[in-house]
Design a protein around this ligand. Structure first.
Ligand code: FAD
Ligand code: EPU
Length: 337
């Protein structure tokens, strides 16, 4: 396996942060994983597994080995009149998987259209958008332990999925490399049109019997209008999670701020972090090349040559304002290294 030394990671993270990996390897065949892990010397660790780097903020050079997963393949494991079961390699681009499924008429992930990143990263934070989360279609995933090289299959329940969360972001953080994800998609899909402006857009177009393809189109259009394109201005999508607070806490907040934007949540009430940040007057603010997006303040932006530390300093100031004003601590969604 070819280890590259001191490789720039600028083209491997959508924030476009200029840092180096001490060592860098690209995996294109799954058989390469275990030999690579066993060949690494102690000074070539720690390891960082990378997809498209669309949910990462690098604040410094990475001192060990970055392993980018580029394995490809979608295999049909089962196909009947109701559903299809797919085993997808970790290096597949997520949105290409969505597009393929929509073309085949297999439903379940059309609302997750246009989320950047690769298949292997999708379970890490249980990607979600427009009322759907990956956990709804994921049956199991196959992973390799980074220290022992042992394979392990995690059933859906073992992944402990939550909102932007899984066991791979908490207790098993940094311990496994995900190689394959198995998804179950429906041939008789129930479209989920209730979130945000999906139904409104379809109604405006006079479309009363939308197809999977129509839903994908609408989601892509809404996303393009709301979120900055990382190839124009570096970003990693929402920098923070939307905070979930207790219902009694929410009642007090609502009395003080009747316009607060909220959603029901199994654990209390979810607040729109974008609203909280906007109220603290951060929208469109910029220090050097680190900025808060002018339309969607939950997205922090690298306008050119910001360092990861500058983005992190900006995030810390935003957190402090929201905490002082509302008593709510925003948690980063982005993985910080
Ligand atoms: P990376 O950023 O490369 O990695 C993310 C984390 O996963 C890291 O900790 C990494 O070590 C780990 N990892 C990656 N691959 C593997 C693997 N094979 N095995 C083990 N660990 C691995 N997310 C949403 O949920 N919903 C959205 O709507 C959404 N919109 C976005 C919009 C934009 C414009 C951007 C830039 C990002 C958005 N995101 C969204 C975040 C991001 O797209 C997802 O988190 C995506 O799953 C990250 O994939 P990646 O391949 O880029 O992962
Ligand atoms: N809003 C404001 N001020 C603004 C912008 C938005 O008050 O300047 C309000 C909007 O009016 C809206 C609310 O905030 O009522 C929520 O905004 P939006 O619909 O844009 O969604 P979000 O909560 O900011 C979440 C996810 C996104 C996902 C969308 C759609 C999180 C952290 N973010 O964003 O995911 O695409 O919903 O489902 O949950 C990501 O995870 O990276 C990501 C982009």
């Amino acid at each position: 396996m070819n280890l590259i030394e001191n490789r720039s990671l600028k083209d491997c993270n959508t924030f476009g942060i200029e840092v180096n990996a001490r060592y860098f390897a690209e995996i294109t065949r799954e058989e390469e994983v275990v030999p690579l892990l066993s060949s690494l010397k102690p000074d070539q660790r720690p390891l960082l597994i990378l997809g498209d780097g669309s949910n990462i903020l690098f604040t410094d050079d990475f001192p060990g080995t970055v392993i980018r997963i580029n394995t490809k393949g979608i295999a049909v494991l089962n196909d009947d009149s109701e559903a299809v079961i797919l085993r997808v390699s970790a290096g597949e681009e997520w949105d290409e998987v969505v597009e393929y499924c929509v073309e085949q008429g297999w439903g379940g992930i059309e609302n997750l259209s246009l989320i950047p990143g690769r298949m292997g990263a999708a379970p890490i934070q249980n990607i979600g958008a427009y009322g759907v989360e990956l956990k709804e279609v994921l049956l199991e995933l196959e992973a390799i332990h980074l220290e022992t090289g042992e394979p392990r299959t995690f059933k859906r329940e073992e992944c402990r999925f939550g909102y932007r969360e899984s066991i791979f972001k908490t207790t098993l953080r940094g311990h496994y490399l995900i190689l394959h994800v198995t998804l179950k998609l429906s041939k008789k899909p129930q479209l989920n049109l209730e979130y945000g402006s999906i139904r409104k857009e379809l109604d405006q177009a006079g479309n009363s019997s939308p197809t999977l393809h129509d839903v994908r189109e609408v989601v892509c259009r809404i996303r393009r209008s709301k979120l900055p394109d990382p190839s124009v201005n570096g970003n990693a999508g929402s920098f923070f999670r939307n905070p979930v607070i207790r219902s009694d806490q929410f009642e007090l907040l609502k009395k003080q701020y009747p316009s607060v934007i909220s959603y029901p949540d199994p654990n209390g009430v979810k607040l729109a972090a974008a609203w909280l940040i906007e109220q603290c007057n951060w929208k469109g603010k910029r220090t050097g090349d680190a900025g808060v997006h002018p339309d969607q303040p939950l997205v922090l932006v690298n306008y050119g040559n910001a360092t990861g530390q500058e983005i992190l300093d900006l995030a810390a100031l935003i957190r402090q304002s929201v905490l002082s004003r509302f008593g709510i601590l925003l948690e980063p969604e982005v993985n910080i290294f």
